[in-house]
Design a protein around this ligand. Structure first.
Ligand code: HEM
Length: 229
């Protein structure tokens, strides 16, 4: 009974399309796999039992997987950028730009997080603080992809490795050499890990405090809205 009464005050609303949800989870799993394989590449903490056959290429094997998953991340990056910029179904994301430029929304959002006011009414689907965090995440993602590609062209000299060789070598020079590129790639990983932890914390916070099924949306696509919102 209590549930029924609760639902009468709520409206179900579509938040995320299935293409959005798929890209979210593919990206999430590839980041986890890239962090795991990346830590191994940085410090190969296990080595196979020595044997006289030339078969002990664990480092190269794990790097191979890192690169394959890296390409999946790159593909999803392009797909997500396309959804964001060009699809009507996802224009709620672009509309968040309006909220980003609205100082009143900023002020109310900060007060909401300080438990002073209600959540502001938004034009888009992301609040301004969230949107700034996502822009930061995108900048780090572009950085880790570009540095990853500079490292990649030194391991693979055919196909895209050959096509990208010259431009990536120029980028390598701009970044001060391969050792720096590797360092930047590594530091960006830590930036992304900090973002992921904060992102999960905020998702849980909003689900618990907002009571609108905020986390459901990235699984089912649907969210509940209080009718006065
Ligand atoms: C979330 C994304 C990523 C994370 C967390 C990540 C993490 C790492 C880490 C920690 C290293 C070791 C750096 C070091 O030696 O200290 C590494 C190396 C490398 N990464 Fe990534 N990476 C990511 C994306 C990519 C992408 C998109 C590519 C491009 C295909 C890529 C290609 C490489 C290559 C080629 C190496 C060098 C392997 C070597 O030194 O032999 N990574 N990555």
């Amino acid at each position: 009974m209590a549930n029924h009464a609760y639902n009468e005050l709520m409206e179900q609303e579509k938040e995320f399309s299935s293409s959005y949800r798929w890209q979210h989870w593919i990206r999430a799993f590839s980041i986890v796999a890239l962090v795991a394989t990346g830590f191994y590449i940085a410090v190969p903490f296990i080595a196979p039992e020595p044997n006289p056959e030339p078969t002990n290429f664990l480092q190269a094997y794990i790097r191979g997987w890192h690169e394959i998953i890296g390409w999946i991340l790159i593909a999803v990056f392009f797909f997500k950028t396309y959804l964001f910029l060009f699809t009507r179904e996802h224009r709620g994301e672009l509309l968040s730009l309006k909220d980003l430029l609205d100082t009143k929304v900023w002020a109310q959002q900060i007060k909401y997080y300080l438990f002073i006011t209600k959540h502001p009414k938004l034009n888009g689907i992301y609040n301004p603080i969230q949107f700034v965090a996502y822009i930061g995440f995108y900048v780090m993602l572009i950085g880790i992809i570009l540095t990853g590609l500079v490292l990649y062209v030194h391991t693979t000299h055919v196909g895209l490795g050959a096509v990208l060789y010259e431009p990536m070598r120029s980028l390598e020079v701009i970044m001060g050499g391969l050792a720096n590129v590797r360092e930047i790639h590594h530091i960006l990983m830590w930036g992304i890990m900090i973002f992921v932890v904060a992102h999960i914390y905020m998702a849980v916070f909003n689900a618990v405090y907002g009571k609108e099924g905020a986390m459901d949306a990235v699984f089912s696509g649907m969210k509940w809205k209080h009718q006065d919102h």
